[in-house]
Design a protein around this ligand. Structure first.
Ligand code: GDP
Ligand code: K
Ligand code: MG
Length: 305
């Protein structure tokens, strides 16, 4: 137990797991605001994203990671995997997220990366999808045999009570030390980054499975103007390019009479206006760059580590 007079606690908590188990949803719930995009598609999260939450004397610094990619060994996936391995090497606590009641080869490959030096909590997420809770007991028993987990937390990232409980569980693993960020900071990422991520989220959500994961978003212009009059909001002027691999993908993004790209723009603008508390103008373009995800230099130039 900490000495009550010593004050602050602060530490790093990495959120890891295979694609689509709900890592980014969990991060947003813990931070209390959307800072990491989510969708039903793998490869939605492509960057290490840090989110902070300060509660009482404790500052939690959460790190969201891309799901570990094992399907294709292209340059983009190699970069995503490096991000995961880097994120778990130097943290105080790991939240290893799986879907409650399920453990596949893809889960196992992530678990193998974790080692045993850092306390690891098993998050059995999407509990709301489990019809028969009684079936979870033998599964948890089985999970106990797979790794020396510090704790087992069946929960739903969408349930605020579970999020509250998770804070209590994480807190004791964080060392006593001064906070790294100011109390009200939520993320280390910029508004420009959030803008490009939101475009990609709408793109992923508004296209079916026919649009391959090899599409990305590049911000060409990001300008901020102060409010024109007192009481008005500041203005963000944004131009972004959606980069795809083929002409057929370009047609898909643009949609019938440009209706899909228009919707991507509108939904991005509406959400960014809320999150950034600003007026937003956004202009979207589509460009074909075949083979970019296989090209080391291009992958880097598009902002991947
Ligand atoms: P990530 O790839 O691990 O970051 O997963 P995301 O956070 O992008 O979530 C993948 C999908 O799972 C999204 O459609 C989420 O809405 C959904 N999801 C996340 N958490 C839960 C949960 O607790 N219950 C249910 N039913 N769905 C969830
Ligand atoms: K996802
Ligand atoms: Mg994610």
């Amino acid at each position: 137990q900490p000495d009550a007079s010593s004050g602050q606690r602060c530490g790093l908590v990495a959120i890891v797991g295979k694609p689509n188990v709900g890592k980014s949803t969990l991060l947003n719930a813990l931070v209390g605001q959307k800072i990491s995009i989510t969708s039903r598609k793998a490869q939605t999260t492509r960057h290490r994203i840090t989110g902070m939450r300060t509660r009482g004397a404790t500052q939690f610094v959460f790190v969201d990671t891309p799901g570990f990619q094992t399907l294709h060994a292209n340059a983009l996936n190699r970069s995503l995997n490096k991000t995961v391995v880097g994120a778990v090497s130097d943290v105080d606590l790991i939240l290893f997220v799986v879907e409650a009641g399920s453990f596949t080869g893809a889960d196992e490959r992530v678990l193998k990366l974790l080692g045993t030096g850092i306390p690891t909590v098993l998050i059995a997420n999407k509990l709301d999808n489990v019809a028969r809770r009684s079936e979870l007991a033998p599964w948890l028993q089985e999970m106990q045999g797979r790794h020396a987990f510090a704790e087992f937390v069946p929960m739903s990232a969408k349930n605020p009570k579970d999020i509250e409980r998770l804070f209590g569980i994480c807190e004791k693993y964080l060392p006593e030390q001064a906070w790294w960020y100011s109390e009200d900071e939520l993320t280390d990422r910029s508004e420009q980054f959030l803008a490009s991520e939101l475009v990609r989220e709408k793109l992923f959500r508004l296209t079916g499975d026919e649009l391959p994961y090899t599409s990305t978003v590049v911000i060409d212009k990001f300008e901020e103007e102060p409010p024109a009059k007192k009481g008005q909001k500041r203005l963000l002027r944004i131009a972004a390019t959606i980069v795809v691999e083929r002409d057929s993908h370009k047609a898909m993004v643009i949609g019938d009479k440009g209706e899909r790209i228009k919707r991507i723009g509108t939904e991005t603008r509406q959400e960014l206006e809320k999150l950034a508390d600003a007026k937003v103008f956004i202009e979207l373009w589509v460009k074909v760059r075949s083979g970019w995800a296989d090209d080391e230099a291009r992958v880097r130039s598009f902002g991947y580590e």
